[in-house]
Design a protein around this ligand. Structure first.
Ligand code: ZN
Length: 363
């Protein structure tokens, strides 16, 4: 049962729109054995409340809108299809900051754990192939410091400058490939770098043992390569849980279940999210079409399908994810009602926003 409510709002605000919100609510949280995107049916709405929302801010929440998981490769010179310069990487962060994006981890997106300020759009950063341009140590005045021109140095600087923008990222690394891409290409600092990333809230994800295409491996081979990744990382971080994986070249295993979990010679892996190779924005984690085991990414760069292009299109067509500021609710335009992933009403309060013809407050 769902009630629709209407409330006429008066006040001094210059309203950009007058919204009435019908709200379904289940006062319970999801059962603990289900993940946050559990597949339970939506049949037990226990209580219903009706609210009206006086929006004096210039945004309307849309938590069924699109999110971007950005994909970077080399950071250095010159700019090209698979390389971003430090200046352009910095420029990307500034563009995101200036346009109301808010950094989260890929796991936050995978599980819909989005604690994002009202009016902001979550996004995640991923960097593939562990080149030195992503994380480089240099010596400065006899001290070992993070190169301010590598991706990590740029992100750390940006985070210090903008305290309301807690930058994080997932590094999809390679432990056994050619030296220029092997765990950030400074062999003497491999352990130190991985420890630094873990300690400072960055994620180390699997990009496979040495970038082998899973499509070309047997079932046993897929398990060997993905398990060997875990084993190699644990040489440096003995208890590290590898939680997410980016498919090398976007190629799926013949048996896709083995992308998620498997075992080789006593080493197991269990991925909670799998990244595709970038080309488009991801649907909202609350969408019925979202699959945390096949998350779309957007390739950053100067080409036409870059983050800025997607952002402009999403603003124009109002398809951008815009947070309501409350991690316990999902707010979205009522016209997207059929997009909601079944079962989420059990974990979240769901607010459907109905746009009225009125554009100003009235009695
Ligand atoms: Zn790669």
């Amino acid at each position: 049962m769902i009630l629709s409510g209407k409330q006429i709002i008066t006040g001094a605000f210059a309203l950009t729109s007058l919204l009435s919100v019908s709200c379904t609510q289940n006062g319970t949280t999801a059962s603990s054995e289900k993940d946050s995107l559990g597949n339970q049916s939506a049949d037990s709405v226990k209580s219903v409340t009706t609210v009206a929302s006086a929006q004096n801010l210039n945004y309307t929440p849309n938590e069924l809108g699109k999110v971007m998981v950005l994909e970077y490769h080399l950071i250095g010179y010159p700019e090209d299809r698979w390389r971003r310069t430090p200046e352009n990487f910095r420029k990307d962060l500034q563009m995101l900051y200036d346009n109301d994006f808010y950094p989260v981890s890929v796991l936050d997106i995978a599980y819909g754990n989005l604690n994002v300020p009202a009016g902001k759009t979550p996004f995640a950063i991923t960097l593939d192939d562990s080149s030195a341009g992503q994380f480089r140590y240099i010596e400065k005045n006899g001290q070992l410091v993070i190169d301010p021109e590598c991706a990590l140095g740029i992100m750390e600087d940006f985070k210090k400058k903008y305290k309301d923008f807690p930058v994080t990222a997932t590094f999809y690394v390679l432990p056994a490939i050619k030296p220029t891409l092997r765990l950030f290409a400074q062999p003497e600092y491999k352990k130190q770098k991985l420890e630094w990333l873990e300690k400072n809230g960055y994620e180390i994800g699997s990009h496979n043992w040495y970038h082998s295409m899973l499509s070309k491996l047997s079932d046993a081979g897929v398990q060997e390569h993905l398990s060997m990744f875990v084993k190699e990382i644990r040489e440096f971080l003995p208890n590290y849980e590898v939680k997410t994986m980016a498919l090398p070249l976007g190629m799926h295993a013949k048996n896709r279940a083995l992308e998620v979990s498997g075992e080789f010679e006593g080493t197991k892996y269990n991925h909670q999210a799998v990244m595709l190779v970038g080309s488009v924005s991801s649907v909202s984690p609350y969408s019925k079409d979202f699959n945390r085991l096949a998350i779309q990414r957007v390739q950053a760069g100067e080409h036409t399908e870059n983050p800025e292009t997607f952002m402009k299109s999403q603003i124009k067509h109002q398809t951008r994810f815009v947070s309501d500021g409350d991690p316990k609710t999902i707010s979205a335009p009522e016209k997207l009602r059929d997009q909601l992933k079944p079962g989420l009403e059990k974990k979240y309060q769901v607010k459907w926003i109905k746009e009225k013809e009125n554009t100003v407050a009235q009695n």
